[in-house]
Design a protein around this ligand. Structure first.
Ligand SMILES: Cc1ncc(COP(=O)(O)O)c(C=O)c1O
Length: 361
């Protein structure tokens, strides 16, 4: 049995070393005679694992001491709704920068709990561009500004952290967290579903500044309050212990591979190679995203003749590739190049794309 070249957008490829380690430890983790999944989250073994995993992440991202790290559930989507409940008072307002399907979803879920204003949007370009910062209509009294640094569907990425003044910046980093070094101190709150660059789905990582946790609570259930989760080490109820464990293995792997600087360099190189294959194809492949906003994590492309889409997918699958079909909202193809997608996988993809174009061009 051989592993596929996996370019899925999420759930996505995990480092082979992480999977092998989990496999080796499945029946007897840490001398406990049980897998992590079978042990109490309150037991000393898991408590140690939880603390060590948080510490590893703190080191990787150089997270300042005035931020808490939470290991939550519900997917990023649940937090689209939960963030306004926690950060904005009743009747308060928040600004949203809408650059794709996920930020649009974020604003529509938030609207149940806050006056969610669209301060800038690039919908008129079909989310192929980023709205220039100069045109953002920010409200200085907003409870926070929310944006999506990497829109997974089109593959549209902010390459700089926008300056929004004193209002806390909230970022949905589901598809680019740990893909490159990051200055956490620029953010009020960062959150990410784990199933792309961290581990399995069902785990949400959150990094949140203390002053935001100290905002007066709304009358919402304790289980929905981030401050309660922080005060209880994310164990207000049973956490996703398996996801937490795999996240820890991934953090360890990133550390061993050279940390976030190494990830950033690799991802820049990998994405540049795929964009080069697209741009150098004489129009056989096309990526319409504004150059300066092309994503390093998700590279989308269309074929010059949509009738070839199914042929591309069938041939690529036969050649051992999976996950190349674009999101149904935009069609075409998409290659997601998360940390675990190796250079040999990208070399193989670029070679396949060139061969396919030569055969069908
Ligand atoms: C940027 C971004 N935000 C949010 C989501 C939704 O995540 P979940 O399915 O974990 O709720 C995704 C999923 O692909 C995503 O890419």
């Amino acid at each position: 049995m051989s592993r596929a070249w996996n370019f899925s957008a999420g759930p996505a490829a995990l480092p082979e070393a992480v999977l092998k380690r989990a496999q080796a430890e499945m029946l007897d983790w840490n001398g406990t005679g049980a897998s992590v999944m079978e042990l109490s989250h309150r037991g000393k073994h898991f408590m140690q694992l939880a603390a060590a995993t948080e510490q590893r992440l703190r080191q990787l991202l150089a997270i300042p001491s005035n931020y808490k790290v939470l290991f939550l559930q519900g997917g990023a989507t649940q937090h689209f709704a939960q963030i306004p409940m926690n950060l904005a008072p009743e009747g308060g307002s928040a600004d949203y920068i809408v650059t794709g399907v996920f930020s649009k979803k974020a604003v529509s879920e938030a609207a149940f709990h806050v006056d969610a204003r669209v301060a800038a949007t690039s919908e008129s370009t079909n989310f192929l561009t980023l709205p220039p910062r100069a045109g953002w209509q920010l409200n200085p009294d907003a409870s926070y500004v929310h944006y999506t640094p990497n829109e997974t569907i089109r593959g549209l990425e902010f390459h700089e952290i926008p300056d929004v003044g004193e209002v806390p910046l909230v970022a949905d980093m589901s598809s680019n967290i740990l893909g490159a070094p990051l200055d956490v101190s620029r953010f009020g709150l960062i959150y990410a579903g784990a199933q792309k660059n961290i581990g399995p789905s069902g785990l949400v990582l959150m990094i949140v500044r203390d002053d935001l946790l100290a905002r007066p609570p709304r009358p919402i259930a304790r289980i929905l309050r981030y401050a309660e989760q922080a005060a209880n080490d994310s164990m207000l109820n049973t956490p996703n212990t398996w996801g937490w464990y795999l996240a820890g293995l991934t953090f360890e792997w990133i550390e061993r591979e050279g940390g976030l600087a190494a990830m950033g360099e690799r991802n820049a190189r990998k994405s540049a190679m795929v964009y080069e294959a697209i741009d150098g194809s004489d129009g056989f492949y096309r990526n319409d995203v504004e150059r300066a906003a092309r994503s390093r994590m998700n590279v989308s492309f269309v074929l010059h003749d949509a009738a070839l889409d199914s042929v591309f997918l069938a041939e690529s699958e036969a050649a051992g590739f999976i996950g190349l079909k674009g999101h149904k909202a935009v069609g075409g193809m998409r290659a997601s190049l998360y940390n675990a997608v190796s250079q040999p996988a990208v070399d193989a993809l670029v070679q396949f794309m060139r061969d396919f174009a030569a055969r069908h061009g």
